[in-house]
Design a protein around this ligand. Structure first.
Ligand code: DGJ
Length: 734
């Protein structure tokens, strides 16, 4: 690294502090500042993170008392949590880092600040790095740890970043859940002690807890007011987020790879790069922090974040493993007739010696099962062409089954401990391939590459991953590097994905992992979207999608209309409500259209046409969450507003139903108070239009009062039910 880069006037100021010539380094985005004290030969400290500091404040800033090391290390102050712990080559467990050099460099979109720390005694270095974006309030923080000692050192803790958060009435918002109940929002005050949020699945990392959090600094979290710090660890593997509240004035927040059973032996001259922690700050509440994450995500992280997504039908809940040529053709015809743009054939299409008729065989044998599809993928592509839509396909390339030709040929390619029988996963036969092994990496890359080489018209891949790493053991790594297995798995995964994206940048790829196991900013740079959950029940989806939207934009959240009764909850929800929920994400269908009535198909056709109108607002607009389903007020409501504030879509879903219940009226947000908006209801099923249909209201009025929305639908008696929802489209008028 070249440390002779120029210093920028405001980025670095020289001050005298504590007898040392101190250098204050300011990392800034359009509306935020992160201020560091980096005195040469002294300790790197964090002085401030929050609202942008004016030049005058920067010059006079002396730092808060108690603000501490920017990257706390273990050994000489052992009584609180640390970011880094090292066993040096000579067995010394202590580390003492001081500032060596500071450098900043610019590219078109961001400024990178690197503070090089050096151990006072050992040739051991840590670069503490910050990337500040020029047009969005995100700072990515990570470290580069280099061993210049004569022999290997062992890293037993290696966080990406540390942030002190001033105590007061700080609340933590984070996501918890499980399979089919992902993204549940948990909000709690931070209290003394340790809060640990972590994952140990190995392969996937967002089914239960999520690697993203928000801190509301002004008491109980509010959606559209109050100061919020958000943090998202960009890593697809095991992570650990820690918040220690000790006896100091700051909550101490650490985030990084989960070091449990992952001690890392760093060879001489090797550099270990930790994944980035994306930090944001907003004084516009939780929704404000979400908007920052979404904007940054769409612009810089998510694959093809600037392209609108197609409306698709996925075959899973429609036919499960019952794949055949005729059935696929019929589904394609149906989705095309409803105005959809893409059909995705899910699990069950492959297998040579072993047929994939259920979940217990054939993963790894990625050949078309000609018994089911005599005309092969060519036949399906021809069908798609005939219907004027695109075609996509399901794979699960990181996995195999004991019942497969792949496993018969390469039993040494699976993750497994020596001397032990492997623990088996899904179907009682599933195993995870050893992505640390370059041959396995080639194989996994080849699964996608072969498909795309033979069938370049394939438009979309659903990449599934249905098993955690249940066997600690790489048959490829040497005995003294077995503790690297989780990390090497994800390095291998990254290599494969980099190769795929270098060759197929435009291919749409969905990250699916038994539902929402891969909703993470470490994964999404290679993926266009993720499957939010295997649970497609519209009511439960409101809760899951609400939580997930804290960190991920609608464009990435696959949200499908499915059958009633729902296949997971067995709840019967009317189609209108199912549509209105699915339309708040990346709309798709997960249903057998053959079983739908003509009237239902008509409603879906209308909804698909209307979604095409609002798609840019939903997929590229700014989210304003208005009324949380978790508040249990009988309603949930949110809206998306186009960046120019000339268009908006407002969603209103009733979440419970009682006679004479009094639901709150929901003020809107994010509009231009001076603009006038015409209101038009989408997906209307009522016999008469709403009282305000076609009428014009000022943004100021809508944000102060909202609209009086009738609690129920005015439909014929036999069509009445206990669900009610509305989607309103607002367009500015001159
Ligand atoms: C789990 C996924 O989440 C489902 O959508 C489906 O693709 C199945 N796997 C197929 O086995």
């Amino acid at each position: 690294m070249n440390f002779k880069n120029r210093m920028k006037s405001l980025a670095c100021l020289s001050l005298v502090a504590g007898g040392l010539w101190a250098q204050n380094v300011c990392v800034s985005t359009p509306n935020t500042s992160l201020l560091l004290s980096a005195p040469a030969g002294g300790e790197l400290r964090i002085l401030y993170y929050g609202e942008k500091l004016a030049e005058a404040d920067l010059k006079t800033y002396e730092g808060d008392r108690g603000m501490d090391a920017a990257y706390p290390v273990y050994g000489l102050t052992c009584i609180t949590e640390t970011a880094l712990a090292v066993t040096h080559a000579d067995g010394n467990l202590t580390t003492e880092m001081v500032v060596d050099q500071v450098a900043t460099s610019d590219d078109d979109t961001s400024t990178k600040t690197v503070v090089r720390l050096k151990d006072k005694v050992y040739p051991f270095y840590v670069n503490v790095c910050y990337r500040a974006y020029h047009d969005v309030d995100i700072i990515e923080a990570w470290t580069e740890i280099t061993n210049g000692e004569k022999k290997p050192v062992v890293l037993t803790q290696f966080a990406s970043a540390y942030l002190p958060i001033r105590r007061g009435e700080v609340w933590l918002s984070h996501l918890h859940g499980s399979w089919a109940n992902e993204g549940q929002l948990v909000q709690e005050p931070l209290t003394p002690g340790m809060k640990v949020i972590q994952n140990k699945d190995g392969a996937r990392n967002s089914h239960t807890d999520h690697a993203e959090v928000m801190f509301s600094l002004d008491g109980q979290p509010r959606e559209n007011a109050g100061r919020v710090i958000g943090a998202a660890l960009c890593y697809g593997g095991n992570y650990k987020l820690r918040v220690e509240t000790h006896d100091g004035d700051y909550h101490q927040f650490f985030a990084g790879i989960n070091e449990d059973n992952s001690a890392y032996r760093l060879e001489k001259d090797e550099t270990f790069v930790t994944p980035a922690l994306a930090l944001t700050y907003s004084d516009e509440g939780l929704s404000g922090a979400s908007r920052n994450f979404h904007r940054w995500g769409r612009e810089y992280k998510l694959a093809n974040g600037d392209k609108l997504r197609k409306i698709l039908l996925n075959s899973w809940e429609g036919v499960y493993f019952d794949i055949n040529q005729e059935g696929m053709d019929q589904m394609m015809a149906d989705i095309a007739a409803m105005g959809g743009e893409l059909f995705v054939m899910d699990d069950g299409w492959f297998g040579g010696k072993y047929q994939r008729n259920k979940d217990n065989s054939s993963l790894g044998d990625w050949v078309v099962d000609k018994r089911k599809l005599p005309e092969g993928i060519e036949g399906l592509l021809a069908d798609a062409k005939k219907h004027g839509i695109k075609f996509g396909i399901w794979i699960e390339p990181e996995m195999t089954n004991t019942v497969s030709e792949l496993y018969e040929k390469h039993p040494d390619w699976i993750l497994k401990a020596p001397q032990r029988d492997p623990v088996l996963g899904r179907g009682g036969t599933q195993l995870v391939l050893d992505l640390a092994n370059p041959e396995v990496q080639d194989f996994v890359f080849g699964v996608v590459d072969d498909l795309m080489t033979r069938y370049p018209e394939i438009d979309y891949i659903k990449w599934d991953a249905n098993m955690p790493i249940s066997n600690h053991g790489s048959q490829y790594l040497p005995a003294d590097k077995q503790s690297h297995m989780y990390i090497e798995y994800h390095r291998g995964f990254a290599k494969v994905c980099d190769r795929i994206r270098a060759k197929y940048p435009d291919l749409t790829i969905q990250a699916c992992a038994s539902g929402g196991g891969r909703a993470n900013w470490g994964i999404l740079p290679w993926f266009d979207e993720f499957w939010v959950s295997d649970n497609t029940d519209a009511l439960q989806r409101i809760y899951m999608q609400w939580g997930t939207s804290y960190f991920f934009p609608a464009i990435a959240m696959a949200s499908h209309i499915s059958a009633a009764p729902n296949h997971q909850t067995f709840r019967t929800i009317p189609l209108k409500y199912r549509i209105d929920v699915a339309m708040s994400g990346r709309l798709g269908m997960e249903i057998q259209p053959k079983n739908m009535t003509g009237e239902e198909k008509k409603l879906c056709k209308k909804a698909i046409a209307e979604y095409k109108t609002i798609r840019p607002v939903v997929q590229q607009g700014d989210i304003y969450r208005l009324l949380s389903p978790y508040d249990k007020l009988g309603l949930a409501s949110l809206m998306y507003v186009a960046p120019a504030k000339d268009k908006a879509v407002f969603y209103w879903w009733k979440t419970e139903h009682f006679v004479n219940q009094h639901l709150p009226r929901v003020p809107m947000a994010g509009l231009n108070p001076d603009k006038l908006y015409r209101v038009h209801e989408l997906n209307r099923i009522d016999n008469e239009p709403l009282a305000f249909e076609g009428k014009v209201f000022s943004g100021a009025y809508l944000m102060a009062n909202g609209l009086e929305i009738p609690y129920n639908h005015k439909v014929d008696y036999h069509k009445q039910n206990d669900y009610s929802s509305r989607v309103l489209y607002l367009e500015a008028v001159e």
